[in-house]
Design a binder for this molecule. Structure first.
Ligand code: THU
Length: 131
């Protein structure tokens, strides 16, 4: 079945309103689907110690595991104006761990696969050998 990207984006927009971003004033909302159809959302949560910030993607990944686990299949994140943005580099790594190369992302330039936005990613398979 085709994924309703508009609905997933709307969920990201809705949760962006809950972002705690008093330092950057840059609100981010993220929404994803899991392989059982569950929807996960997250928003960014900043900290007076600026480097301790939790990106919106962290919330999505925590929610994935907290609500039963599984794999991410579809993902989108937006800014406070509702515009689709790219996940930061660190969060691409988080998403790769939990969705792999087949994870589809809605980006400012259309739907892409994880392998397009984090090519040749380092991941769980790399830890199986030399230890
Ligand atoms: N941010 C996210 O939540 N996700 C991203 O992928 C990019 C950046 C947040 C972190 C910080 O609270 C604010 O956006 C500005 O960098």
């Amino acid at each position: 079945m085709a994924v309703d990207w508009d609905a997933l984006r709307a969920s990201a927009v809705a949760v962006s309103a809950r972002a705690y971003a008093p330092y950057s004033n840059y609100h981010v909302g993220a929404a994803a689907l899991a392989d059982d159809g569950r929807e996960l959302v997250g928003c960014n949560v900043e900290n007076a110690a600026y480097g301790v910030v939790l990106c919106a993607e962290c919330g999505v990944v925590s929610s994935l595991h907290a609500t039963g686990g599984g794999r991410l299949t579809h993902f989108v994140c937006v800014d406070g104006r509702g515009e689709v943005i790219m996940p930061c580099g660190r969060c691409r790594q988080l998403l790769f761990e939990n969705g792999g190369n087949d994870l589809e992302l809605l980006t400012p330039s259309g739907v892409k696969r994880m392998s397009d936005v984090l090519p040749d990613a380092f991941g769980p398979d790399d830890l199986t050998g030399d230890r």
